[in-house]
Ligand binder design. Structure first.
Ligand SMILES: NC(=O)c1ccc[n+]([C@@H]2O[C@H](COP(=O)([O-])OP(=O)(O)OC[C@H]3O[C@@H](n4cnc5c(N)ncnc54)[C@H](OP(=O)(O)O)[C@@H]3O)[C@@H](O)[C@H]2O)c1
Length: 453
């Protein structure tokens, strides 16, 4: 038998062999499971099918009653990463026990999504999620769990959908010391308010229109009353201000009381009305709230139309930054999910690098005592002495009137007019409003909005 003369191959795991392999070909694709094949899940799978780069390999798609979810395009349109043998399953446990490295959670809600995410992290799998409820409530704990287990959790799509504000806060701006974040974070509210602004239609009509176009759910309370936006604000505060805030501790005011006439009066003040979520960190206190505010018409917030989102950040060194774009929708949100996925896959292939851990997160005192000028709108049954009575109450509480606006042409039985106040703290104004609530000529509660200049 002829003697072999070829040099023996280097040990496959030796540095020389690894170096030679790295130079020739990319490493093995990262194995990914998608749990939740709904609006965003389908869009994620579509991007992976159409735009894959070989670094990711979708091995499982998991959804309850999965048979009805199966799509031919997932296995037929298979360039690099969606193999024809992708496993469709409704058994979450089998996915968690498999050898996938990244779990994408796109079910939404707290249960069972929370348990799935925890189990995945416990077993050393990294997680990508768009779940704002879960991250707003458990984000700091999940970040710590991921760090303990040497894996990652990314949630870039959980706030502002496709607008890459969370990756910016966690990476691009982490060298600054941010002290303020403000945003238009709820597309439903922005759609409704900008429709009332542009068409001067009643609130109820704008809401019906938003529901008919699929921008608002049948029960839109979470959007209208600020629950959705404050969960997002809590996540922004965690990522940008390193503060742990329970969403329920952030005051939320509804937009339901905003009337078309408020846009007329706001216009007199060169303003419009938007639902604004804002958080300012001062020492160990976080001043935070969500609710409708007057904003200058020509300001970044005043120019945001339809269901777009805008986030502004203020930093000690970098100053102000703005992030604008589509805050929802399957495709934009899926872009954020796939971007997170690529980030995690790159980290894993580079040896499992991690983002910052939640160890420097503080638990501040929460306040809503902002100091601003104020807009007070009254609807009254007309009679002599109304303005004098209101002025008396305001003076008794040391509040200064800045202007008084009254447009002609309204019924005397339901007359709207506006008083604006010079800047004062919310806590000073509140007792005056309570006193005004008992006045017999008021036919609706006073609408009190901060004016953000
Ligand atoms: N849609 C957006 O514009 C948007 C924007 C930003 C963030 N997000 C977030 O993205 C996530 C997904 O939203 P989405 O709009 O894609 O929701 P979706 O359309 O309701 O999709 C959720 C999917 O998960 C499945 N599912 C629900 N519970 C399950 C369970 N226990 N086990 C297995 N599968 C289950 C649902 O199945 P069924 O078909 O049986 O219901 C559905 O296919 C949520 O956290 C949401 O807040 C969405």
């Amino acid at each position: 038998m002829p003697k072999r003369t070829t040099k023996p191959a280097a040990n496959a795991s030796s540095p020389q062999a690894r170096g030679a392999r790295d130079a020739r070909e990319p490493g093995p694709a990262c194995r990914v499971a998608l749990i939740g094949f709904g609006t965003v899940g389908r869009a994620v799978a579509k991007i992976l099918c159409e735009n894959g780069n070989g670094a990711l390999r979708l091995t499982h798609i998991c959804n309850r009653d999965v048979e009805r979810k199966k799509q031919a395009w997932v296995s037929s349109n298979v360039p690099n990463n969606i193999p024809a043998d992708v496993i469709w399953t409704d058994d979450v446990q089998s996915v968690l026990k498999s050898d996938v490295q990244i779990v994408i959670e796109l079910i939404g809600g707290l249960h069972p999504a929370g348990e799935i995410v925890r189990n995945a992290l416990e077993s050393g799998k990294s997680v990508v999620t768009a779940n704002k409820q879960l991250i707003a409530r458990d984000g700091p704990d999940l970040l710590q769990l991921a760090a303990r287990k040497g894996c990652q959790i990314e949630f870039g799509a959980s706030v502002a959908g496709g607008v890459p504000v969370l990756p910016a806060l966690r990476t691009g701006l982490c060298g600054d010391r941010l002290h303020g974040i403000a945003g238009i974070l709820n597309g439903t509210c922005n759609y409704i308010l900008s429709r009332i602004e542009n068409a001067r239609i009643p609130f109820s009509e704008a809401l019906e229109e938003a529901q008919a176009r699929g921008y608002a759910e049948a029960d839109a309370s979470e959007d209208l009353d600020g629950g959705d936006a404050r969960a997002k604000l809590a996540i922004l505060a965690l990522a940008g201000l390193h503060t742990r805030v329970a969403p329920e501790s952030i005051r939320a005011r509804t937009i339901r009381a905003v009337d078309a006439v408020d846009f007329d009066y706001a216009a007199e003040l060169e303003c419009t009305i938007r639902q604004i979520s804002r958080a300012d960190l001062k020492g160990s206190t976080l001043c935070a709230e969500v609710g409708p505010c007057l904003v200058p018409t020509n300001s970044p917030f005043g120019r945001v139309q339809r269901n777009l989102n805008l986030v502004l950040t203020s930093g000690q060194y970098g100053g102000d930054m703005a992030f604008l774009g589509a805050g929802a929708g399957g495709d934009p949100t899926a872009v954020a999910v796939v971007s997170d996925l690529m980030f995690v896959a790159q980290s894993l292939s580079a040896g499992g690098g991690k983002r910052e851990v939640a160890s420097n997160v503080s638990t501040p005192e929460i306040s809503s005592d902002f100091e601003t000028p104020w807009y007070l709108r009254f609807f009254v049954r007309d009679q002599p002495g109304i303005v004098a009575r209101l002025a008396q109450i305001l003076a008794a509480h040391h509040l200064n009137i800045d202007s008084l606006l009254q447009k002609p042409g309204f019924e005397k039985a339901s007359l709207p007019f506006v008083i604006t106040l010079e800047p004062c703290h919310d806590s000073m104004l509140h007792p005056a409003l309570q006193e005004m609530a008992g006045l017999d000529f008021a036919i609706r509660p006073c609408l009190c909005l901060p004016i953000l200049r």
